[in-house]
Write a protein that binds this ligand. Structure first.
Ligand code: ATP
Length: 449
């Protein structure tokens, strides 16, 4: 087995998922999402997390997040890897080459492309075939046929991998090409930064002067009018000069609530391909590739068991596989029985489907209100609170979009749902009893589904 094989990103994203499931959206966005898993030292069993500012550092100290990290790390890797945690503050990335030229202090977030996210490590199957061909075409002839290219689909299905593969391939073919990868969140943060430093010209130059701009998670633009305006301008400049834009989103632009109609139409002026959940042969092929990369031999039966059970999210598939490799590192045999134990431990004995109706019923029972009232028009507080709690739980435990949640609550508007879920997310920051109640409800829902 290749000793250096440990996918820190997958390990950290497993832990982030658990944070996300157990805290409010706002707290997650502020304190967990900006944290970067920088290093793992397997020999000394330490993981280094980098936080971008003192405020986030304080939140980690005050919010007991280190203890939570340990708990979730155990969930992800159980006995096979129990790390010590080192949390350090690191200021944002160094200036990009363009901002050097500009002699200002505008600092663009400048990611390196993930070198593992290439077409070579990508497995093509029915669920991603069209998106893959479009991505390959774009990497070979950017700015021509498919501009913009939008890749959309649920979390953990490979959107970022495929998008970065385009960037990596273009750099291989044209080493001088300017490729910039950015998450929508960082784009917005950079814009705020540029405004405060009065360096908006440099900001615009940095983002416009590219051959290929890769923008991850554009659904984060929802309801952010100011950023949408700026993004619209940059988008137009890039596409007009026949440079390429590739974007990812969890839904089609028309389904992103609060996305300006002009942007919806611009985003759809190229092509949009979705990535679906991979079928069994694709999942098995992904696992086989992984075991080859890791240099460990795992028999077909064991891989099949994992591919069979982890059927809806490639990130989870990789998580199970990584735990298996840790098990091998600990000297235990890799076989069906041990794989089964891992799946049980990771709670992946077949993906459970949580439905909107289940959540509504469980919340209604818990608050002793009727389903009719929960979904109805009454506005007294003993109905409004459980209604908002149910909306919040549906939003956090399922992939249901805001408009669909609205429909499931008697045809309410998506902004009402957004308001309700945000209100609960804020409340549980300060209301410990409510937080506990929601955690208990969440556990009950997961158990019953
Ligand atoms: N078809 C595939 N072949 C190889 N690896 C894959 C494939 N699909 C997904 N993966 C792997 O699954 C993991 C999750 O993929 P990725 O981060 O790209 O998902 P995503 O759709 O962008 O998720 P999110 O929306 O949560 O950011 C990555 O490690 C990626 O390499």
């Amino acid at each position: 087995m290749n000793d250096s094989y440990f996918d820190l990103n997958t390990f950290w994203s497993g832990i982030q998922d658990r944070f996300a499931a157990n805290m409010g959206e706002t707290a997650y966005e502020n304190w967990i999402k900006p944290v970067h898993a920088a290093n793992v030292d397997l020999a000394n069993r330490t993981v280094e997390l980098q936080v971008p500012s003192d405020i986030v550092m304080q939140a980690w100290d005050n919010g007991n997040y280190t203890a939570k990290f340990m708990e979730y790390a155990y969930d992800v890797a159980h006995d096979f890897f129990k790390p010590e945690l080192k949390v350090v503050k690191v200021v944002k990335n160094p200036v990009s080459s363009r901002s050097h030229e500009s002699k200002t202090n505008f600092t663009a977030t400048d990611y390196q492309l993930n070198a593992n996210f290439t077409f070579d490590t990508w497995v093509v199957g029915d669920a991603n075939e069209l998106a893959t061909s479009a991505a390959m075409a774009v990497s070979e002839q950017p700015g021509r046929q498919y501009n913009p290219l939008l890749i959309y689909g649920s979390s953990g299905l490979g959107k970022t991998h495929l998008m970065e593969a385009i960037g990596n391939r273009l750099k291989e073919l044209q080493p001088d090409a300017v490729v910039r990868y950015i998450t929508t969140d960082d784009f917005m943060n950079d814009w705020v930064d540029a405004i405060s430093k009065k360096t908006t010209n440099e900001f615009t130059n940095t983002y416009e002067n590219v051959d290929l701009l890769l923008v991850d998670d554009i659904q984060m633009l929802q309801g952010k009018d100011r950023f949408q305006e700026e993004f619209f301008n940059i988008f137009n400049k890039i596409t007009k000069s026949q440079k390429q834009i590739v974007m990812t989103s969890d839904v089609l632009p028309k389904d992103i609530p609060g996305l300006n109609a002009r942007l919806v139409s611009r985003f759809m002026q190229g092509v949009a391909y979705d990535i679906q959940k991979p079928d069994f042969p694709t999942r098995l092929a992904i696992l086989k590739n992984k075991s080859e990369e890791a240099g460990i031999e795992i028999n077909n039966q064991t891989l099949s068991l994992i591919a069979e059970q982890v059927d809806s999210n490639v990130r989870e598939l990789e998580g199970a596989f990584n735990t298996l490799t840790l098990m091998a590192r600990a000297g235990r045999p890799i076989n069906v029985a041990n794989a089964q134990k891992i799946l049980e431990h990771l709670n992946i004995t077949r993906q459970k489907i949580i439905t909107v109706a289940d959540i509504q019923k469980i919340v209604a029972d818990d608050y002793r209100v009727s389903i009719v009232d929960l979904l109805g028009k009454k506005r007294n507080s003993d109905i409004v609170l459980p209604r908002q709690v149910a909306m919040y739980l549906i939003r956090t435990l399922t992939d249901t979009s805001l408009p669909k949640i609205g429909q499931a609550f008697g045809g309410r508007d998506h902004t009402t749902v957004m308001h309700g879920t945000e209100k609960i997310a804020d409340l549980i920051e300060t209301d410990y009893a409510l937080k506990q109640r929601i955690e208990t409800l969440s556990a009950k829902i997961k158990e019953k589904s």
